[in-house]
Design a protein around this ligand. Structure first.
Ligand SMILES: NC(=O)c1ccc[n+]([C@@H]2O[C@H](COP(=O)([O-])OP(=O)(O)OC[C@H]3O[C@@H](n4cnc5c(N)ncnc54)[C@H](OP(=O)(O)O)[C@@H]3O)[C@@H](O)[C@H]2O)c1
Length: 486
């Protein structure tokens, strides 16, 4: 193919559901001509045949694909995360030139993105890891996009990504920002997914408590969620929860939620979020409990055996059903604030660890539309970080203090009720424990330091004078100044 055929301004590699929808989204925007390539040509041929209106430029080989792109060539990879991504990157590096841009739009683990960016940079080609959220509908109509990569690549990529991103209804801003360098985009996408796990678990716990506490049917609870979706909890996840609860199974006539096997799957991003948080030392207990709750649900062999374990003696009944439902709503909102606060803490810690300059307000803003955790209250988070970019604890912003002040009594009642009734509410209760921990004047961590010093001479600090100390526990138990071995 000759240079004169190079007329596409953007290319997509990988034409399964996400890639083909993203390619169609790109093609629908003014000024874009989209080159498409898939390992097996069949998918390319199908896409071209089904969408002649898109004016796609098909390629059968990586060489043809490269030749069909204007310089700097820009290609978005949407293939199975892992080895496939490396295979495609290696192939593109062979046919691209310095200054060109390779974007990985798949769900890569951010350390892989850091590694790939470093390796590709040596060839003079730009590599951008971009988190893309919103599933197949988002890819087609407007996802939330979280790109990392170099400033140079953002100059070319920015306008293209802005043209296809979701639009925040509040101010018409596209839901995309240059998150930070190398793996920053995939890091933020990972935490987005972690928060998604926490949000879904909290909603599931709210449903379970209401159902078991009030005996309401899934359809009645769907109405409650629909009502909640008109207030401060307004969000995509609350909205779809009502839809799922209202669905009737065609073959049995029962609520669909009652015939779906109660074992939650996971593709690993929740686990990555928690593993990363552990290594950064950031307590993301809401996300962790949500991830563990999915694991717990997915061990039928253990659950079968454990059904013999005793629960509370008394039946769980709620006398004031409406009051209880309102308590659950408030507990859900308070717990949700904690989950997001923890998630943003992880982003801040990741930015510090990896030297990314991440604007937390901008992240809250690009999650307002297109992505799974889109919610009205992300505006409040954005406001809080616009007001104070260095806010150490999101929950301490005035809006959240107010919400937690209004919600905390209900939250405590719900957690206490769940414990007494033997209903698992791990995300509700761990969020409350985190809240009480972070606001505590004094924590029993002092005792832990004493224990560590006792068995391992790990030393401790004192509240009344500087220095590092050790008690001679196996000697005369006097205190000595020590080297800091924390
Ligand atoms: N599905 C979602 O809702 C969603 C949401 C956000 C992000 N993502 C991410 O988006 C990416 C694409 O997802 P998807 O569901 O559309 O597709 P997928 O099922 O994850 O991957 C299928 C695509 O990968 C290609 N592929 C696999 N191995 C390859 C290799 N060695 N070399 C070249 N191409 C290879 C396939 O080509 P062939 O046709 O030749 O097999 C096909 O185009 C993934 O990273 C996924 O995690 C998905």
């Amino acid at each position: 193919m000759t240079e004169s055929l190079a007329h596409a301004n953007i290319g997509v590699v990988g034409l399964a559901v996400m890639g083909s929808n993203l390619a169609r989204n790109l093609a629908s925007r003014e000024g874009n001509t989209v080159a498409v390539f898939n390992r097996s040509y069949e998918k390319t041929a199908d896409l071209i045949a089904e969408h002649p209106e898109a004016g796609f430029v098909p390629a059968q080989t990586y060489e043809e694909f490269a030749a069909s792109l204007q310089k700097p060539r820009t290609a978005i990879i949407m293939v199975k995360a892992g080895a496939a991504t490396d295979a495609v990157i290696n192939a593109l590096v062979e046919v691209f030139e310095p200054g060109d841009i390779i974007v990985d739009g798949g769900n890569a683990y951010f350390p892989d993105t850091i590694r790939r960016e470093k390796a590709v940079r040596e060839t003079g080609i730009n590599f951008v890891g971009a988190g893309i959220s919103g599933g197949e509908e988002g890819a087609l109509h407007g996802p939330s996009i979280m790109p990392g990569g170099s400033d140079e690549s953002w100059i070319t990529l920015g306008p293209i990504l802005r043209s296809i991103a979701a639009i925040a209804p509040e101010d018409g801003e596209p839901c995309v920002t240059h998150v930070g360098h190398d793996g920053a985009g995939h890091f933020v996408k990972m935490v987005h997914n972690g928060i998604e796990y926490a949000d879904m678990q909290l909603i599931a716990e709210a449903y379970d408590l209401i159902r078991r506490g009030t005996g309401k049917s899934p359809a009645e609870i769907a109405d409650i969620f629909a009502e909640w979706n008109t207030g401060e909890l307004e969000s995509y996840l609350i909205e779809i929860t009502a839809e799922v609860l209202r669905q009737i199974d065609a073959s049995t006539g029962k609520p669909l939620v009652d015939v779906i096997l109660d074992q939650a799957g996971a593709k690993g991003t929740g686990a990555w979020t928690v593993q990363t948080a552990l290594s950064l030392g950031v307590p993301v207990s809401g996300i962790a409990e949500a991830t563990f709750a999915r694991s717990l649900s997915s061990h039928p062999e253990q659950r079968d055996v454990a059904q013999t374990l005793p629960g509370p003696d008394e039946e769980f009944t709620v006398t004031d059903g409406d009051g209880f439902i309102e308590d659950v709503r408030r507990a859900l909102y308070a717990s949700k604030i904690v989950a997001y606060s923890q998630g943003f803490d992880e982003i801040r810690a990741g930015a510090a660890e990896y030297n990314w300059n991440i604007d937390l307000a901008a992240i809250a803003k690009i999650w307002r539309a297109g992505c799974i955790i889109r919610a009205q209250f992300l505006n409040r988070i954005a406001d809080a970080y616009v007001e104070n970019a260095e806010l150490p604890v999101l929950m301490t912003a005035p809006y959240f203090v107010d919400a937690l002040t209004r919600g905390q009594s209900a939250w405590r009642r719900v957690v206490a009720t769940a414990a007494a009734a033997g209903i698992p509410a791990p995300a509700f209760s761990s969020s409350l424990a985190y809240y009480d921990g972070i606001r505590a004047d004094r924590l029993p961590a002092s005792l832990i330091q004493g224990q560590r010093d006792f068995f391992g001479a790990h030393t401790y600090k004192r509240i009344d004078r500087p220095g590092t100390f050790h008690t001679l526990w196996s000697g005369d138990r006097t205190e000595v100044e020590a080297e800091d071995t924390h």
